[in-house]
Design a protein around this ligand. Structure first.
Ligand SMILES: [Zn+2]
Length: 239
């Protein structure tokens, strides 16, 4: 038997750029889907369990132009650099590298000062941003939970690419640290979303009623996320 990996190419060339192709079968897939993953710079093709490989190849060929367009319009990865502008919880700040071996990271007058050796700049900046957004989320969640009469355990921040937040059955809440680049109302909504899950572990009407109780403006935030969510992934990307 010939496997998918033997038939499918390992990479595609789109708009003159070589890009890795990842092909997988999914037991739930009813049709083929193609997706450009900007963060990892690869194309994912998902196929139904028994679809022939040659149909996959044909599908890619038909979508060539569309894929090239997806790649072109995706946000370009921007590594942390001295002097760059960063939106931090809705305020545009300037990132400054202070070239000394050690010191405290400080946000003062719209400038984020990061004292460290050049080789640690990206990591120190990321660490500070993770702490900063976690503090903001803890404050939000602590204020919201009593309003719904629920309790949470821990608030964690992670580097998740596919979801902004999650809630475990044991009451731990996790969020993507990249929300530090989102406006306050978006952070507020995502905190409300996960807190509401402590009451309703589903997306039923009762769940959305709970969200609305603590965040009446949630639809605005959801619209923002669907338009600009992918932008949050561009900062601090490794080149
Ligand atoms: Zn949810």
């Amino acid at each position: 038997m010939v496997t998918l990996a033997q038939i499918m190419p390992e990479y595609l060339v789109l708009g003159g750029i070589r890009i890795t192709l990842k092909v997988s079968r999914h037991h739930n897939a009813r049709r083929m889907t193609l997706r450009y993953d900007a963060q990892r710079h690869l194309i994912r093709l998902t196929m139904p369990p028994r679809a022939p490989a040659k149909l996959g190849l044909k599908f890619i060929d038909e979508k060539r132009e569309w894929l090239t367009h997806q790649m072109e319009k995706a946000p370009q990865p921007t590594p942390f650099e001295d002097g760059m502008e960063l939106p931090i919880l809705g305020k545009t700040c300037t990132l400054r590298h202070v070239d000394v071996p050690r010191g405290r990271v400080e946000l003062k007058g719209g400038v984020l000062y990061v004292p460290c050796l050049p080789e640690h700049f990206s990591r120190r900046t990321t660490e500070w941003l993770k702490h900063h957004v976690r503090d903001a989320l803890v404050a939000e969640v602590s204020e919201m939970a009593p309003k719904l009469g629920v309790k949470f355990k821990q608030v964690r921040v992670r580097d998740t690419s596919s979801r902004w937040g999650s809630c475990s059955a044991s009451g731990n809440l996790s969020f993507s640290w990249r929300l530090v680049f989102a406006p306050r109302h978006v952070l507020h909504y995502l905190a409300a979303h996960e807190v509401a899950h402590l009451k309703e572990m589903n997306h039923s009407q009762a769940f959305w009623d709970a969200v609305a109780k603590i965040d009446p403006q949630h639809e605005k935030a959801r619209a923002w996320l669907s338009h600009y969510g992918s932008e949050l992934h561009r900062y601090g990307a490794e080149r």
